[in-house]
Design a protein around this ligand. Sequence first.
Ligand code: HEM
Ligand code: HEM
Length: 176
Amino acid sequence: MHDPARYDKVAMLLHWSIALLVIGMLALGYWMVGIPKGTPDRAVYFNLHKSFGVLAGVLIIVRLLWRVTHRPPALPASMAAWNIKAAQGGHLLLYVLMLLQPLTGYLSSSFNKYGVRFFGLQLPRWAAEDAGLRDNLMQYHKLLALVFAVLIAVHVLAAIRHIWFDRRHMARRMWP
Ligand code: HEM
Ligand code: HEM
């Protein structure tokens, strides 16, 4: 039976697989841009980043659809109003970034001369090469990545706070 005080199994599976993917993608993104230009390694890791990024984007869309059709567990009545607002606002922002991060990456790459490959499969090209648009969208991709990383750090600290300092064990709501 599903415990009404916790997220359902699908929500948990999506939360943890996307968390792993997004944290891995941030690390891969910051690491790969240091690979010297013109080396074959650079193309390999850029394509890996694009492939896992598209995969993350698809899972994120599934997660959003699941989220709007499935109510999350109610919060305990003892929770302070500011804390509820902070949690809900923070989660909303995380969803916005989860959408915009792969979207800006995909759009930017659609305007470069290589297009986007998904694990070797060339995705349909719908845009002509446009260096201006590519660079512009990439600026947003880079700025958002920074905001995303900070927000995730705050989110993880908030979770740790619940694990260590709460008798309510709030973090169990998302733990399988
Ligand atoms: C969860 C999804 C994603 C995350 C967290 C992410 C994160 C990052 C990060 C941290 C960087 C390095 C930023 C910097 O240099 O300051 C980066 C660069 C890049 N990302 Fe993503 N990314 C995601 C999805 C995508 C997707 C879907 C694509 C394309 C299909 C993409 C294409 C790129 C490209 C081409 C660069 C390198 C830009 C350059 O320096 O030339 N990303 N990404
Ligand atoms: C080790 C890393 C992480 C931990 C320990 C963690 C922990 C948690 C916990 C305990 C909750 C449940 C909050 C509640 O009881 O209401 C939660 C919810 C959530 N987490 Fe994480 N999380 C992590 C990584 C991430 C990442 C990387 C993202 C974004 C990509 C993320 C996005 C979210 C969102 C959006 C919710 C709200 C779910 C909803 O109500 O729709 N989490 N997280």
